[in-house]
Design a protein around this ligand. Structure first.
Ligand code: G4P
Length: 529
């Protein structure tokens, strides 16, 4: 393939994720986006979100839910001469670590806000993560078919709370029962809304020009004149769209609509393919790799149990950073320094897993994993290097894990180490005793671990309370100081699943005191794989 053809394939791609607070409409928007991608004949089949909610600790239910989310966790679809990859982020707060890592694999994000509520908690948290990489953000104000808050106030809130400039691209005409459509500021066009058409791609009626008298006929004199007044204000008071600032993550284009009514989603998609970045470069330990580099490279950001119960394999999700994947190609597994031949990578065409002939930078491929692949692993077409920036987060919840049958200590340790390699949980082995401590970011993770230990390692384990409040990874450039710290603080030190030294603190006060007492030691809340 010529360099030109490769560059064209890569330029066509847009890889993004949706961030939102639960119930803001992420699932609904995903359905409509796929409908536009002509991937689904009729929206409404994405996932049974409600199923399993009453049986959180039921392993089969969880498996089912996880299975469903495997197939929908990456969706590829064509839109307007482009190829879009949408990466799902788990909705449940308990899997937030997974969400964070998924955000390292995208080049832009769609932020969905319930326009009746405004900026909510989880959105705030997720935005902090996208900030770390200055990810460009597109905003969709959802649920315009309900009574919403003053749109100007919503923009203000995004600007002050999320510290990002807003550039309205469309502006709503009414809301709730009186929602009539939007005015597109850059097309100078009114796009009229019809209710009850949410399951289809609507034939929209448009009116060209804000001063067009047809507008008055379409929405009524009063709304039309309010709109004209409002827009004068909006144009004066808000930012104009600026692509550079958008690409730097400093300004977000804002669209209004209703996902349920399938209105406005296409305006957002147009913005995505026109403005959002094509696959971006990624940092390695020795510098950047550009997407246009001819050699294949990629990194694993997520590992998930396969939905097919007949094959208990796991799928590693690999974001291609540069070059092209071809069926049967040899890849270097950089961490273990071995070449492996990949004949059966998976692609995720809008929910269906399919075997893959080729894939390009920006795409996600699924690699079958029989235990040799970890989160953060790098694959290349032969070179040994490592992508950086895929984080582990210090867990916030801890339990001691113990066997019912003490003879299985070895299997328990093996299972825990493997599950921690997957990122399902974190495990800590204190230096001073034989305890095994499991650390999680969300409470549901504990149940998953016990269920999977039983199903996959035939180990019956249970939890006990332990008074650990927080953990930090510890480092020092000064070997001597680190040795001294190791000796003096041994009672509070442990090794994690990857043998990294960790400080386990019974209370926050204890942690603070340790930090003051050992100023040459760095205590960190995140660790890169
Ligand atoms: P999530 O994935 O972000 O959690 O949100 P989801 O799409 O599941 O939407 C949450 C609820 O909000 C759903 O209602 C959904 O139908 C509704 N919704 C989404 N977009 C819109 C919109 O534009 N307008 C209105 N009025 N509602 C919207 P639910 O009653 O919780 O679930 P369901 O029983 O309808 O599925």
């Amino acid at each position: 393939m010529s360099n030109n053809a490769l560059a064209n394939e890569i330029q066509k791609r847009r890889t993004f994720a949706i961030i939102s607070h639960p119930d803001a409409g992420k699932t609904t928007i995903t359905e409509k986006v796929l409908l536009f991608g002509r991937a689904l004949q009729k929206a409404g089949t994405v996932k049974g979100k409600k199923s399993g909610q009453h049986a959180k600790s039921d392993w089969m239910e969880m498996e089912k839910e996880r299975g469903i989310s495997v197939t929908t966790s990456v969706m590829q679809f064509p839109y307007s001469d482009h190829l879009v990859n949408l990466l799902d982020t788990p909705g449940h707060e308990d899997f937030s670590e997974d969400t964070y890592r998924t955000l390292t694999a995208v080049d832009s994000c769609l932020m969905v806000i319930d326009a009746a509520k405004g900026v909510e908690d989880r959105t705030r948290k997720l935005m902090e993560v996208t900030r770390l990489r200055d990810t460009p953000i597109i905003t969709f104000m959802n649920k315009l078919d309900r009574d919403i808050r003053d749109p100007m106030e919503l923009l203000d809130e995004v600007e002050t709370e999320l510290n990002m400039m807003c550039a309205p691209i469309t502006w709503p005409i009414g809301s709730g029962k009186g929602f009539k459509g939007v005015y597109h500021l850059y097309r100078d066009e009114i796009i009229l809304y019809q209710s009850g058409q949410g399951h289809t791609i609507q034939d929209v009626r448009t009116v060209k020009g804000l001063d067009n008298p047809e507008l008055d006929d379409a929405v009524g004199d009063e709304l039309a004149s309010t709109l004209r007044d409002e827009l004068e204000l909006v144009r004066g008071a808000s930012n104009e769209f600026d692509k550079e600032l958008f690409l730097e993550g400093e300004l977000t284009p804002v669209f209004f609509g209703t996902a349920l009514g399938n209105f406005g989603v296409d305006h957002m998609l147009d913005g995505l393919v026109d403005w959002a970045p094509a696959p971006k470069s990624r940092e390695t330990e020795d510098g950047k790799i550009e997407a246009s580099a001819p050699q294949f490279s990629g990194f694993v950001f997520k590992i998930q149990a396969n939905m097919d119960p007949k094959h208990r394999d796991r799928v590693a999700f690999c974001r291609i950073v540069s070059g092209k994947y071809e069926k049967g190609m040899k890849m270097r597994h950089s961490r273990i320094g071995k070449d492996i031949r990949i004949a059966d990578a998976l692609t995720f065409l809008a929910g269906d897993r399919a075997l893959l002939e080729e894939a390009y930078a920006g795409d996600i491929i699924g690699l079958h994993n029989h235990g040799t692949i970890r989160i953060g692993d790098t694959f290349t077409s032969g070179e040994n290097f490592k992508f950086t920036g895929i984080p582990n987060f210090a867990p916030e919840l801890f339990k001691r894990i113990r066997l019912r049958d003490p003879l299985k200590q070895k299997q328990l340790l093996k299972g825990l180490i493997q599950l921690s390699e997957e990122g399902a949980v974190q495990v800590f082995r204190p230096l001073a005793n034989n305890d095994l401590i499991v650390g999680a970011v969300g409470v549901l993770q504990f149940d998953v671990v016990v269920a999977r230990l039983k199903a996959e390692y035939n180990v019956d384990a249970l939890y006990e309370h332990i008074s650990v409040n927080t953990a930090r990874w510890v480092y020092s450039d000064d070997e001597r100081k680190l040795d001294e710290f190791r000796r003096k603080a041994e009672q509070n030190l442990a090794l994690d699943g990857g043998d990294n030294l960790t400080y386990i603190a019974p209370t926050m006060v204890n942690l603070q005191l340790a930090q003051e007492r050992y100023p040459d030691i760095q205590f960190t809340k995140t660790r890169e794989h």
